[in-house]
Design a protein around this ligand. Sequence first.
Ligand SMILES: *Cc1c(COP(=O)(O)O)cnc(C)c1O
Length: 377
Amino acid sequence: MKKIEFYKHNIGEEEIERVSRVLRSLFLTTGNEVEEFEVQLARYLGIPYTLAITSCTGALQLALLAEGIGPGDEVITTPLTFIGTANSILMAGAIPVLADVDRSTGNIDPKAVERVIGERTRGIMPVHLYGQMCDMDAIRVIADRHHLVVVEDAAHSLEAEWNGKKAGHCGDYACFSFYATKNITSGEGGAISVKDEGKVELIKKLRLHGLDKSAMDRYTRHFERYDVDVFGWKYNMDNIHAAILIEQLKKIEALFARRVEIYQRYIEAFSKVEEIELHTVKPECTHACLVFTILVDASKRDAILDELQRRGIGVSVYFYPLHLMTFYRERFGYKPGMFPVAEEIGERTISLPLYPKLTEEEIDYVIDTVSDVVKIV
Ligand SMILES: *Cc1c(COP(=O)(O)O)cnc(C)c1O
């Protein structure tokens, strides 16, 4: 029986060799490999600085903290995202306020954002869903008008562009994830892009207990005394993960090109199937092709998920809207019907395998099987 995994990573011999070199060296924690990765990632994005963090969730939290956002403040985000997005706002001590999404893309709707801006609003956290960037022009205009910080959740959109610009250009910060199923991965990991040089040292402190010297600074030549003048967290990436990511980043263009090919094949095939609806991609956007989703009849979605898995296809749901998770319902009193567009997408969406290691035969099998299953279920 065929088994097409939902995701397969692309760690190769280059990553394994580089990690081996780090493991044989003196320095395992944050050091030269991390610095090298940060330089390469900043170059790739065309942004002055990036800092490596242990997760995207932690990076989002640190971006808010670097702007002094905390208790009493509100940050606007989307209900149609991974729970980590909203949790990062709570982790900073602030309150997530949700705004419904655009029906055609699933991305946060700038008009809905404007409707929930209030006295306490300090920031907007747009999520570039599936790899398609939000309307960053509209979001920037709203943010400037109301003096809000824009922290982009770019976990899906490392390669994505909005009018030729990658994440982190329109926003004040963009946060990236290198979690196991993301476009490039080190198992776990994240990064934050920083445009304002004045925030770099602060975020370096915030990611390591507020220490004013890194382990490299403290131990490279002779021991140096350190001080702590702010409260910080423990989110510094180590050289081992950075070694993997340096090699992953070298392969990004080739991996992305293959993703685009597979994505196009899916679009072409599924746009001909009456039972399937697809999200639209805006002309301003270069899609990062992280997640491929189809929309089916809500009353059949779960049966289709079951049948696809029975036929050996790994599937997922991106996302069950976060406001309907028990914790968020109980804490904030959310109920079904409050964000109807996100809820509709959440009830109808199915994500299919999309990664460079898929073979032509596997792609054909996914296309044929999905096209068949949506008709007979
Ligand atoms: C994966 C993901 C995150 C969390 O990333 P971590 O690195 O696991 O913290 C946040 N937001 C979105 C949209 C994601 O898909």
